[in-house]
Design a protein around this ligand. Structure first.
Ligand SMILES: NC(=O)c1ccc[n+]([C@@H]2O[C@H](COP(=O)([O-])OP(=O)(O)OC[C@H]3O[C@@H](n4cnc5c(N)ncnc54)[C@H](OP(=O)(O)O)[C@@H]3O)[C@@H](O)[C@H]2O)c1
Length: 293
């Protein structure tokens, strides 16, 4: 008789219903702003003709229209100079009808994305990645929160995953994901309040930490780096890091983790949809701030 192999399948934690709940809230807030005479505007800047980036901008503009935002767009040629990009951002900074500015990442290699982010007026920083916004997060002050970390907190809350008082290990300390996420989940709040550990390439035996965690969040950008032997059976696993090869998305979390985890974000449609939803939540918040500071 052949031996029976039993595999458990982790409970999926999809991002779409989380995003829909956020969009419902944003729709109401946009309607209130419009009723008071303000059309919230999320401006987008695209440099060059990368088809994937152009696709993301189209998707965000469609979503903006669905939610009732205006979405002015500036498209710069691939050979735009640093001064051209700065001038485009300055024009949006100076425009009182624009409440939020998004520079689509990546931009051509001869331009410096970090420098472009610094140019954005912090009052219009929809990504929440300007040092002023990150400083506000560190100080526990209100302000735009980086979209992927905010989306992960919302995703765990929506699916009823308890976070407060639990051991959360974040793999990766990057500025867009791991670092702000660690700050966010350690804040004193019912949906956070966790014991957060951050591990990275400076901690070669990082699995020692992830193996004891209640919740492991991968925020690296190395496909398949988090494997089943790195997690405790029944742990909650969130995949934030991805690498793109063309249009192919390669997640940090190895597929085999699904047989060990208690709950896990799907490989596609997990953290991504919540990130986009949080962009619009930040945008409506910035418009509200500009209208009623
Ligand atoms: N799903 C989404 O919507 C979304 C949105 C934003 C970002 N992301 C993804 O999230 C990931 C992280 O973004 P980021 O901007 O924060 O990235 P980042 O700045 O490149 O940070 C990556 C982090 O991973 C660590 N790391 C790299 N290789 C490692 C290894 N072999 N072992 C342990 N740690 C390692 C790095 O350690 P060191 O600090 O020591 O170098 C660094 O802290 C990326 O894949 C990005 O595409 C996804």
């Amino acid at each position: 008789m052949s031996e029976q192999v039993t595999t458990t399948t982790a409970r999926p934690l999809p991002g779409a219903p989380v995003a829909e709940a956020v969009y419902a809230e944003v729709t109401d807030r946009v309607a209130a702003l419009r009723a008071a005479g303000t059309v919230p505007a999320l401006a987008t800047v695209l440099v060059g003709d990368d088809p994937a980036s152009a696709g993301y901008i189209r998707m965000k503009q469609q979503r903006a229209a669905d939610l009732g935002f205006a979405s002015p767009h500036l498209h710069l040629p691939a050979d735009a100079s640093t001064a051209d990009l700065a001038a485009a951002i300055d024009s949006l900074n100076a425009d009182p009808a624009v409440h939020a500015i998004l520079v689509q990442h990546p931009i051509p290699a001869h331009l410096d994305y970090a420098r472009a982010l610094l140019r954005i007026d912090p009052a219009k920083d929809v990504d929440g990645l300007h040092p002023t916004s990150l400083g506000r997060l560190a100080a526990g002050l209100p302000g735009p929160v980086p979209c992927t970390p905010a989306g992960i907190e919302a995703l765990l809350a929506f699916h009823g995953v308890p976070v407060a008082g639990r051991d959360v290990v974040v793999l990766g300390r990057g500025t867009t994901l791991g670092r702000p996420l660690a700050m966010l989940l350690a804040q004193k709040r019912a949906t956070a309040d966790a014991a957060v550990t951050v591990v990275h390439s400076g901690v070669p035996d990082w699995a020692r930490h992830t193996r004891r965690a209640d919740i492991v969040i991968a925020a690296v950008g190395v496909p398949g780096i988090l494997r089943p032997e790195h997690i405790r059976p029944g742990a909650v696993v969130v995949g934030g890091g991805v690498r793109y090869e063309g249009r192919r998305l390669l997640p940090d979390v190895d597929e085999a983790c699904e047989a060990v985890a208690g709950a896990i974000t799907p490989r596609v449609g997990g953290v991504g949809p919540t990130t986009v939803a949080m962009l619009f939540r930040n945008a409506v918040e910035l418009a509200e701030q500009a209208t009623h500071p």
